[in-house]
Design a protein around this ligand. Structure first.
Ligand SMILES: [Zn+2]
Length: 280
């Protein structure tokens, strides 16, 4: 199936220098087309702009055990300001904060990631244009699901977010490096997850909130990775409760690229009114 549709019609704001195609002919997986076609048009607005998020590979591939790195960190996080990901063979959780990419292996000690290392999955957001960003002070006592409701209740479907401050009851995780043949992610986490508990923790958490009905293309719900202010701890955020924190968030459009061929397979807008070509 060959479809034609507009990609990133409003990306004059994009922070990086990559030239984006106005129109692209791409071959799409029918399931991804279906997911993209269900984009929420409730907020349709002709002046739609959003932060570009580049996602390497699909959530379902990661969940099914596609842990072999095929895209370099340099490519996956090209121009990124914040983001999350995992290392080749699940050898560490990745967190991109203010353009610096950290890897948190099972030691729990973050290190600046090797830009030439390959990875299987990443969600990397360009720096949002200032006019798109909403800032708010997060009430003390908010946990992960409260935070999801806070940003989900009044925002578009897909957002990227950054929360910085002091937290309590923080649980971070990474996992042991895996060896092929890989088990699926649930099986890995059932035996090889490593967790760190912090009564109090200061630092930055970044990530996204994506909608639930995306058929495995996106990781649904709120998803955060963090790194502490002293750069001595970090990882995937399982739990946290806010003591005192500042939140910033922006609407996002997501381009999903399969890591094996670099081809764009899905383009999901927050509220682009036209769904050109999506009916095939
Ligand atoms: Zn994660």
């Amino acid at each position: 199936m060959s479809l034609s549709f507009d990609i990133w019609p409003c990306f004059g704001h994009r922070a990086t220098g990559t030239v984006l195609r106005e129109t692209s002919d791409v071959t799409l997986d029918p399931a991804l087309v279906a997911a993209a076609a269900r984009r929420d048009s409730h907020h349709a607005h002709p002046d739609h702009i959003a932060t570009l998020v580049q996602q390497t590979d699909t959530a379902s591939h990661l969940i099914d055990g596609s842990f072999s790195g095929t895209t370099t960190i340099l490519d996956a996080f090209h121009g990124a300001w914040l983001g999350v990901g995992v290392s080749d063979a699940l050898d560490g959780e990745l967190v991109c904060v203010d353009g610096v990419i950290w890897r948190v292996p099972d030691t729990g000690i973050p290190e600046v990631a090797d830009p030439l290392a390959t990875i299987p999955f990443a969600v990397a957001a360009a720096r949002a244009p200032a006019e798109l960003v909403t800032y708010e002070t997060v009430p003390s006592g908010m946990n992960m699901s409260d935070l999801g409701e806070l940003v989900g209740s009044e925002t578009h479907q897909m957002i990227v977010l950054r929360i910085e401050g002091t937290f309590r009851d923080v649980v971070l995780r990474s996992e042991h490096r895996q060896t092929p043949p890989y088990r699926d992610l649930d099986a890995v986490l059932s035996t090889d997850e490593v967790r760190w508990h912090f009564a109090e923790w200061s630092g930055v958490m970044v990530g996204h909130q994506f909608p639930t009905a995306q058929d495995g293309v996106l990781i649904p719900g709120i998803h955060l990775h963090g790194i502490s202010s002293d750069h001595l701890s970090g990882g995937h955020v399982r739990e946290m409760t806010v003591i005192d924190a500042e939140l910033s968030w922006a609407p996002a459009d997501v381009e999903v690229t399969l890591s094996d061929d670099g081809e764009a397979v899905a383009s999901l807008d927050n509220h682009q009114p036209d769904q050109k070509g999506m009916n095939g």
